[in-house]
Design a binder for this molecule. Structure first.
Ligand code: BMA
Length: 844
């Protein structure tokens, strides 16, 4: 898909009665910060948090270094205070109302101005606005007195007398804090199975004073709708005002869209207090992105479909899951976001799911997605837990949801609101061993929170996109079963999450033939250059304390070893550091190959129903990015470096791709196409003996049709026939590669099918890989030469930022040209001296 929609600048011209615009002054910049007892006192930047302030002043080391997550636990257990003085930048007597507005406070704080308590905060996802008209003076002293989020959560849990709200604590392997479900704060900040515990305190978004007379615009959004009856588009332009006059304000509003030569004027009347006006603007000759979540019967299959129809077309959703890009949100810059999101688009992804255990991302995140055509499945921030539903909590959540929907709904990139991550499954599968007589209370809580509150607000604020209560869910079937289905993982309905670390990941039959795979994955280690930055030489082994410490998923390091051991020989190098690097390499190869197999399975299942299952219309693997340098399911390392999986994703998500799988001794090749037209192509199948760069046999199947937006069988041959046809081949000695080639340059990536495990392969020879590097404009060209077939050839330039055009590939030709796209200035010399070339046979 191209850009998700047309984004239009809409100008709202002021009401006729307006008496000059508001005065707005940001209070961002330098504040004072002190610890609870005043023993630590320093200057701190706002927006920011205590950890980054301490780091900036050199009072702590890099919190990500070695075991510092545990060492620095004291920071989040203390109660810190931010303060500053400021001069009022305008004459307050001229204004009817002056507010102090916090775009985001993390999290529990008492806010004071000139020693007067303005109020309290307890939700990092809310915006807080305090009326300071009668408190503000010429010179002011503002204080934000935080209470430790950890103590607050514990206290809330203690006070919650009704019934326990599990889980109390994360598993010990995560070294995290307890009761995160009692605080409206980034849930993974108390630790996760891929992330450290850094329960930050700070003013994490902008803070400002604003002064106005008569009225002030608080929210502004534009959502397009298509009126079927009139066959016309219209824009719903919604403005939420605070009106301070005691009488209604009448006036004229002109909506002017210069690009569409649209200008319409409305007369409006604003009532005193907070209220909204909704203007409907008719639009001609232009289209906007539409989205429907289609859940309807499928012939030959029980259950319902679950797919997105975008702009009238069924779209196969390809992508991954987004988690917070850093434990310290103030370090997440526009450039960080752009690099990660661009990497997603460069890997042929068209969508990401903003997962419910992190944060609603900053505006820039959605701006970039709007621009580069990444569709967003947006969770509300609840994950893997049960949640309270007492009055205060619900009120806080209600404010959060309406704020976030109002803030985000103008973004065409968002295609779905989803109530939570895995909380339907948590109850349905009874993760927390709730005795059956008590379960009714939790079901009631669930419906109260996600249906009666969150869903209701979403539907009233935004009718332009669908809502599901959870992920995974059975969609309409869950609704029918009272919002909690017996089995939210049912392949006949909705989406599924699937993890299996004990089966052979090369075997596609272990995967669920689901309607929509919204989570699945395997772990790997980030590259050595990334790990090196947060470790010391004594840490550099797969079984060091450090390697154990960074692994937050119980048994994760062993699971990776087992998965590798199925198909590869495990490293035996006597040099421990080399052995560690070899392990890292193999974890990445394994992860890439596993997720390739699983994703290709989901893609080739899109157009068929087998035994009632199929019509898979989405593949979002777990997870796109990393929060720190540690083993995880991510395909992008902390800092943005591409793991082998991300290079593989670029191929397995290619718009045109042939995919092979084996069923009962027969090799099937499917042609998968996301293109909007059918294409007549040639399927080229090559069989190589591992021992030779010359193919043993070549087959060109002409006139193959890659059907638009489909996956269709294009080739079939029994493996025994194929081996016979290609003389001297056995499963162990040969490998199959194949691609689709068309006229006018249309070409798929070259895909491969392994007929045996590498540990059993016969004929592979150690290769001499050579490379020459040269510069061409802003890129660097790497010309690789090999003397033998080389599996999983990997180019690694350490900490030089950038990405290659391909990596981790199977080299079956003597020569291959790879382009390096640098993300910052570098040189041929620097690249040459950093380059490490590895292929499978280098691992001993
Ligand atoms: C899913 C996610 C995350 C988790 C991942 C890997 O359940 O929703 O909670 O990080 O699996 O275990």
């Amino acid at each position: 898909m191209g850009p998700a929609a047309l984004v239009l600048p809409v100008l709202l011209l002021p009401l006729a009665v307006a008496a000059g615009g508001p005065e707005v002054r940001s209070l961002r910049g330098s504040w004072q910060l002190r610890s609870g007892n005043g023993s630590v006192s320093l200057r701190a930047e706002v927006p920011g948090c205590v950890h980054t302030a301490l780091l900036c002043r050199g009072l702590i080391q890099d919190p990500y270094y070695r075991f510092n997550d545990v060492t620095y636990r004291w920071i989040s257990l203390d109660n810190w205070t931010y303060s500053r003085t400021f001069k009022t930048p305008f004459d307050v007597r001229k204004w009817q109302k002056v507010n102090l507005v916090f775009e985001g406070v993390d999290t529990v704080a008492q806010i004071l101005l000139n020693n007067v308590t303005l109020g309290r905060t307890d939700n990092m996802f809310n915006r807080y606005s305090f009326d300071i008209t009668s408190v503000i003076q010429e010179v002011n002293f503002v204080e934000v007195r935080f209470l430790s989020a950890v103590s607050y959560a514990a206290e809330q849990s203690r006070c919650h007398k009704a019934h326990s709200i599990p889980p109390a604590c994360p598993p010990p392997v995560q070294k995290g804090e307890c009761h995160v479900n009692f605080i409206r704060k980034e849930q993974c900040s108390f630790s996760w199975d891929w992330g450290p515990s850094f329960p930050t305190q700070g003013i994490w978004k902008d803070v400002r004073i604003e002064a106005y007379n008569h009225y002030h615009l608080i929210y502004f959004s534009v959502t397009p709708f298509f009126a079927k009856s009139a066959q016309q588009w219209y824009l719903e332009v919604e403005s939420i005002f605070d009106v301070v006059s005691s009488k209604p304000i009448a006036g004229l509003v002109t909506v002017n869209i210069p690009k569409l030569q649209t200008q319409q004027t409305f007369s409006v009347k604003l009532q005193p207090g907070e209220g909204s006006i909704v203007l409907l603007v008719n639009i001609n000759k232009v289209y906007f992105r539409t989205v429907e979540l289609v859940q309807e019967p499928i012939p030959g299959s029980p259950g319902l479909s679950f797919y997105f129809r975008i702009n009238g077309r069924p779209i196969f959703i390809k992508g991954s899951n987004w988690i917070p890009a850093d434990s310290f949100q103030d370090r997440v810059t526009y450039d960080t976001l752009r690099l990660l999101l661009k990497s997603a688009a460069d890997a042929n992804m068209n969508a990401l799911r903003v997962w419910g255990g992190g944060v609603y991302e900053q505006d820039e995140f959605y701006d970039i997605c709007d621009e580069i055509g990444i569709m967003i499945w947006q969770d509300f921030m609840f994950a893997c837990a049960l949640y309270p539903t007492n009055q205060n909590y619900l009120e806080s959540v209600r404010a959060e949801v309406s704020h976030q929907v109002r803030r985000l709904k103008s973004h065409p990139s968002i295609i779905l609101w989803s109530g939570n991550n895995e909380n339907e499954a948590a109850i349905a599968s009874n993760w927390f061993s709730i005795p059956s007589p008590d379960i009714g209370v939790y079901i009631k809580d669930y419906v109260t929170l996600y249906v009666k509150n969150i869903r209701e607000i979403v539907l009233s604020e935004d009718k332009s996109r669908p809502f599901v209560a959870s992920s995974p869910t059975n969609g309409l079937e869950s609704v029918k079963e009272g919002w909690l289905s017996q089995n939210p993982y049912d392949t006949h309905y909705g989406d599924t999450h699937f993890y299996d670390y004990s089966s052979d990941c090369w075997n596609w039959t272990v995967y669920p033939k689901t309607r929509f795979a919204s989570e699945y994955g395997f772990q790997s280690w980030p590259s050595f250059s990334t790990i090196e930055k947060v470790s010391s030489p004594e840490d550099w082994s797969y079984t060091s304390n450090f390697s154990l410490h960074r692994q937050h998923h119980d048994g994760g390091n062993i699971q990776m070893l087992q998965e590798i051991g199925r198909h590869f020989k495990l490293p035996q190098n006597p040099d421990p550091v080399k052995k560690f690097k070899d392990m890292i390499y193999l974890t990445q190869v394994m992860q890439a190959q596993c997720i390739k197999t699983e994703t290709e399975f989901y893609r080739f299942s899109q157009s068929e129903i087998i035994n009632g299952e199929g019509h898979t219309m989405g593949a979002l693997y777990w997870q796109l990015n990393d929060i720190w340098q540690a083993p995880s399911w991510a395909s992008l390392e902390y800092g943005g470096k591409w793991k082998l999986l991300h290079y593989f994703a670029q191929n397995f998500f290619a718009p045109l791709l042939p995919v092979a799988y084996e069923d009962k001794g027969v090799l099937h090749i499917y042609g998968i196409s996301d293109l909007h037209e059918d294409h007549k192509l040639t399927l080229r199948v090559l069989v190589h003996a591992w021992s030779s760069l010359e193919p043993v046999c070549t087959l060109d199947e002409e006139g193959v049709i890659a059907k638009a937006q489909s996956a269709v069988p294009i080739y079939k041959e029994s493996i025994s026939d194929l081996l016979e046809r290609c003389r001297n081949c056995t499963r162990k000695s040969c490998v199959i590669t194949f691609s689709l080639v068309g006229e006018d340059g249309l070409q798929s990536p070259t895909n491969h099918y392994f007929l045996s495990s590498f540990k059993d392969a016969v004929g592979l020879e150690k290769t001499q890989l050579s490379v020459s590097v040269s510069q061409q404009d802003d890129t660097y060209i790497f010309v690789l030469q090999t003397t033998a077939i080389a599996p999983f050839v990997t180019l690694d330039v350490g900490s030089i930022k950038g990405r290659f055009s391909d990596n981790g590939f199977l080299m079956t030709e003597k020569k291959k040209v790879i382009v390096f796209y640098p993300w910052e200035p570098t040189s041929v010399e620097e690249l040459e001296s950093s380059l490490i070339l590895t292929s499978l046979l280098d691992i001993v």
